[in-house]
Design a protein around this ligand. Structure first.
Ligand SMILES: [Zn+2]
Length: 572
């Protein structure tokens, strides 16, 4: 912690010194820039200088921001010149909520995203199997609840038809429900007699009591634990592909919300080989029921080891509830489609409170997954209490997702300084959202669905991300959704809860400066200004000038991280 605080002080100091004499830096011929970016339409995210034409970079940092003529003066023999050719230049995008290892591994597996129905899913699985023959596990992800009609849950019969003897295990798009075939259930030893694990459910046929193949929440672990694990080499190869994928989409930093802390040494190995071109802020995933001494030890020893611009730790992720579609998100009032369920908290509130208070006292940052209005309220209450008893300020605790919220809780984000970390593409109004999600929550709660505009208007700070592999990490589809609240086909015509539409500037802020703030890194990242890290992107179209219906087509042309070009469109 000490080193981290010192780092921040030094960064702030450097920034203050740099900012106090920009003209000197700009006119200084004696110290040329390593790289200059000219002829851009640069949206800096710096309120004092919102737009510029050119940027000069020395080492990993920005040394000047200004017009072409000023920056041209910093050019010398050996200075690399990047011509932005009038294109939009933005700070590198931060993905505030990602599961990077899972996402990277998913790149080599079956992708069911966007499938129409069960037969379309079968078609994709057949195709995958024809390229991956043998009798090994078929793994994949991306189905959603609406693909199975009104039942809104998958069934093993669709898989058994094509794979009677090969185990198949498919994660739902949200990561909260899994789908296994009979072979996989048999290998896992799941029978009629197998009891439901804590915080999980083996979905059963109401007549026969037999498992249907749908496994909710922690029940998936019964199968997951027997799936062969990828080797270290396979994981490293997956991460290299994932990092390339992120850079290609303009992402320069990610905040990991689970599944990466255990792999910190792999990220470190990539760094030692010079292959780390994406910055990582990695949270420890704390499972219920309690904060144990061994959790604290793991968190603290990682914090001591990893606390720089490339690999940073010091955050802890909680998950207090599940998801709306499977009725596991914790609500204040029963679900509209099934009044017998309200969802329940995964954490005993007193244990959650004790853990948050202890971690906050140590200066750690807290992330809490909360999707139901009761989950959200619980997190706000516990954060409020921790600040009060610890006398801490500006800890920036975060709530992740916030799909539903009680009206009374909306102003509490601004008031308490709690960050709303949300994923615009989760609100994408397709049939999963309109027919399953909205049906389950009912019209009153749906009127406050993904209420980022209300939270922002009430003074709350937004940070955006993808939750990859839950949805694509391509942020441009998310940008479009936040602004339009419509599908790419323009549905619904009036928008889904159109009162929550954001402006382009607000949305870009959520992916850049807002996200840097949410990772406690705004002194050195999130905007293009002197003294900050040179993380920036050049994109194919100016989203400030075109119709929002075209935002999703935006392509990244160049990605620069720490002053180095890590991606150029068309260059391998
Ligand atoms: Zn997540």
């Amino acid at each position: 912690m000490k080193t981290h605080a010192l780092g921040l002080i030094l960064q702030t100091l450097a920034l203050a010194l740099g900012a106090s004499r920009p003209s000197q830096a700009q006119s200084s011929k004696a110290v040329p820039a390593d790289t200059i970016v000219l002829h851009g339409r640069i949206h800096t995210e710096n309120a004092k200088q919102p737009w510029a034409q050119a940027v000069a970079i020395r080492g990993a940092k920005i040394v000047a921001v200004g017009n072409d003529a000023d920056i041209e003066k910093m050019r010398a023999v050996g200075t690399k010149v990047i011509d932005a050719a009038g294109r939009l230049v933005l700070p590198g995008f931060v993905d505030s909520h990602i599961h990077f290892m899972d996402g990277s591994l998913s790149l080599g597996r079956v992708n069911l995203e966007g499938a129409k129905d069960a037969s379309d899913i079968q078609q994709r699985l057949r195709e995958y199997a024809s390229n991956h023959s043998g009798d090994g596990w078929i793994l994949g992800r991306g189905w959603n609840y609406a693909m199975f009609g009104p039942e809104a849950l998958p069934h093993k019969k669709y898989l058994d038809e094509i794979f009677p003897n090969r185990p198949v295990f498919l994660e739902g798009y949200d990561g909260h429900t899994y789908w296994a075939n009979s072979k996989a259930l048999a290998l896992a030893g799941i029978t009629r007699e197998t009891p439901d694990p804590p915080n999980g459910a083996i979905v059963r046929d109401p007549k026969t009591g037999e498992a249907t193949g749908a496994l909710k929440e922690s029940a998936q672990e019964l199968v997951a634990k027997i799936v062969p694990k990828p080797s270290r080499a396979e994981k490293l190869a997956a991460l290299r592909a994932g990092i390339k994928w992120a850079n290609e989409h303009g992402i320069t930093r990610v905040h990991s919300a689970g599944g990466d802390f255990e792999e910190l040494d792999l990220y470190d190995e990539l760094r030692r080989h010079g292959d780390l071109t994406l910055r990582f802020y990695i949270a420890y995933f704390l499972n219920p029921p309690l904060l144990r001494p061994q959790d604290l030890e793991a968190i603290e020893s990682a914090r001591k080891k990893y606390h720089d611009d490339w690999i940073d730790t010091g955050a802890v992720k909680f998950m207090v509830d599940g998801v709306v579609e499977s009725h596991t998100a914790a609500m204040l009032e029963p679900y509209s489609d099934d009044p017998s369920v309200k969802g329940k908290l995964f954490w005993e509130p007193s244990n959650y409170k004790a853990a948050v208070t202890e971690l906050d006292k140590r200066g750690l940052q807290l992330f809490t997954h909360a999707i139901g209005e009761y989950g959200v309220r619980t997190a706000l209450d516990v954060y409020e209490n921790a600040a009060k008893v610890n006398h801490t300020r500006d800890r920036r605790p975060r709530i992740e997702h916030i799909e539903t919220i009680a009206a009374a809780d909306i102003p509490r984000f601004g008031k308490l300084g709690v960050i709303a970390s949300m994923q615009p593409l989760h609100s994408y109004p397709d049939s999963n959202t309109l027919n399953v999600w909205a049906r389950n929550v009912g019209p009153d709660r749906a009127s406050r669905a993904w209420a980022w505009k209300s939270i922002s208007d009430a003074g709350g700070r937004l940070a955006f991300g993808s939750d990859w592999p839950v949805v694509t990490l391509n942020p441009w589809e998310g940008v479009q959704t936040a602004v339009t609240r419509q599908t790419t086909e323009g549905q619904p015509a009036a928008g889904f809860v159109p009162a929550q539409r954001l402006t382009v500037a607000q949305t870009i802020d959520g992916y850049t400066l807002g996200a840097a703030f949410a990772g406690r890194r705004e002194p050195s990242e999130g905007s293009l200004e002197v003294g900050k890290l040179a993380d920036l992107i050049i994109v194919s179209q100016n989203v400030f000038e075109i119709a929002p219906q075209k935002f999703a087509d935006t392509k990244v042309l160049t990605t620069i991280v720490g002053g180095q070009v890590v991606y150029r469109a068309g260059v391998k």
